[in-house]
Design a protein around this ligand. Structure first.
Ligand SMILES: *Cc1c(COP(=O)(O)O)cnc(C)c1O
Ligand SMILES: [Zn+2]
Length: 431
């Protein structure tokens, strides 16, 4: 189970040892996570990753294939990504941000979260390695995406999740015919079990033995942001963190674009967002630690509930090295964040997006980001998957049915008009 490629291979960031291409996530010598290293000289010489080449590509992540670990001869089948980057004037006005953008992966194809990006790259490699069964340990969105894309590619899927996941995320896995295994425990228990299973069974776990390939898929969000800003980098990125992978890979994407001359070099600050009930990375950033103190998750932001994040230490160091920061918000604040983004931008995000929105508001309120800077907020998942987070939040609103008569409508609207405005409280994001 191995293949070779001229332009990329697995490399240990700690000791520099190289491993070719195989299903392996950690260095056997120093136990550090492996990364994909590219030969940028070859890519530069072959001229495959240029603005013109990218512009001629399809409107999905495969337009960036030259800088993804994609085996030779791979024919992309699923048009993942290329989600909207929208100017967020309404939200910006509320929080004092003049140049705010939302990268909207709530509408990512095919399963409405940014995990579609990582899964497609991982499965391309799973097929090349000859796996016929793929899987993952998941906090929800990954399960949905592995199940859907495996179905499309004709692979079998075995997916492990913590037992208490949101019902919509369970249904959105089962519908694709995947085998779902609920584990009595949290994500960290599930992930450890997957490591043991990968040693015993011939499974390609996208975020375990295929993790270095998987993680590279996140770079496409960074490429898209730069291209959609007209091949410019923003001043700041605010990004949710679970394992700590996405935020690092957006940075890696920006650095590659600089190295290959597609964008002008400039400092970009990275800001991480977590829920207080599971905040090991933001805790590490705020305390200036080089390490992570694992936590036992307790938050409704289940997609971010990883207590012992694999890329946590590296994410913490990276954030501080850019002059950025990290914050965490309570479950009450994240629900207000969901409502605020919906009411100001018409975007319904899941709990993770509520976290990111609320953290963004706080960063402006604290003066860590100033109003005139260009900031991109990464909204990574869809609110339709976590509607239970809003259960009872609209119980006070009168939605009784009326007869199909004009007089009934007139009465009803008049009643709404004179209702106390306090019946419709503004979500309190800041303060
Ligand atoms: C997985 C996930 C994240 C965090 O990704 P990491 O790369 O593990 O930090 C953020 N948002 C959503 C919606 C997710 O599902
Ligand atoms: Zn090593």
């Amino acid at each position: 189970m191995e293949y070779s490629c001229q332009t990329y291979e697995l490399k240990c960031n700690e000791c520099g040892r190289r491993f070719g291409n195989r299903p392996l996530s950690g260095c056997p010598d120093c136990l550090a996570p492996l990364e994909i290293a590219y030969d940028l000289d070859i890519i530069r010489k072959e001229g495959k990753f240029t603005r013109a080449n990218i512009a001629a590509g399809p409107f999905n992540i495969w337009r960036y294939a030259a800088l993804l670990p994609i085996p030779e001869g791979f024919q992309p089948d699923i048009p993942v990504g290329f989600t909207p980057l929208v100017r967020a004037r309404g939200l910006g006005k509320r929080i004092g941000a003049d140049n705010l953008y939302v990268k909207n992966d709530a509408v990512c194809f095919p399963t409405l979260s940014f995990k579609d990006r990582v899964v497609s790259v991982a499965l391309a490699n799973a097929q090349k390695f000859g796996f016929t069964t793929v899987g993952c340990s998941s906090t929800g969105n990954l399960a949905n995406s592995v199940a859907a894309q495996a179905a499309r590619l004709g692979l079998k899927a075995t997916i492990l999740i913590p037992a208490d996941l949101e019902p919509a995320k369970i249904l959105n896995t089962l519908v694709y015919g995947a085998r779902l295994v609920r584990i009595d425990g949290n994500y960290d228990h599930v992930n450890r079990l997957c490591t043991l299973i990968a040693d015993e069974y011939d499974y390609g776990f996208v975020n375990v033995n295929l993790r270095p390939y998987y993680a590279e898929g996140s770079k496409t969000q960074g490429y898209e942001i730069a291209e959609q800003l007209g091949w410019k980098l923003p001043d700041n990125v605010v990004c949710p963190m679970a394992g700590g992978s996405l935020i690092r890979k957006i940075r890696k994407a920006f650095n590659e674009l600089i190295a290959l001359g597609l964008v002008e070099d400039k400092p970009v600050r990275f800001f991480g967002a977590q829920a207080t009930g599971c905040s090991p990375i933001s805790q590490s950033v705020r305390n200036g630690w080089d390490y992570i103190e694992p936590q036992r998750p307790n938050t409704i932001a289940r997609s971010l509930a990883i207590g012992n994040p694999a890329d946590g230490p590296a994410a913490s160091k990276m954030i501080r090295s850019t002059g950025g920061w990290a914050e965490d918000v309570s479950d009450v604040e994240l629900v207000a964040g969901i409502q605020e983004l919906a009411e100001t931008e018409g975007i319904f995000t899941e709990t993770a997006g509520g976290v990111t929105t609320a953290v963004t508001a706080r960063l402006y309120a604290q003066g860590r980001i100033s109003g005139d800077e260009t900031t991109v907020v990464c909204i990574t998942g869809n609110g339709l998957k976590t509607t239970d987070a809003l259960a009872h939040h609209y119980d006070h609103i009168d939605v009784r049915a009326i007869r199909p008569r004009l007089v009934d409508f007139v009465d009803y609207i008049a009643a709404l008009d004179c209702q106390d405005v306090d019946a419709f409280p503004e979500p309190a994001l800041v303060g």
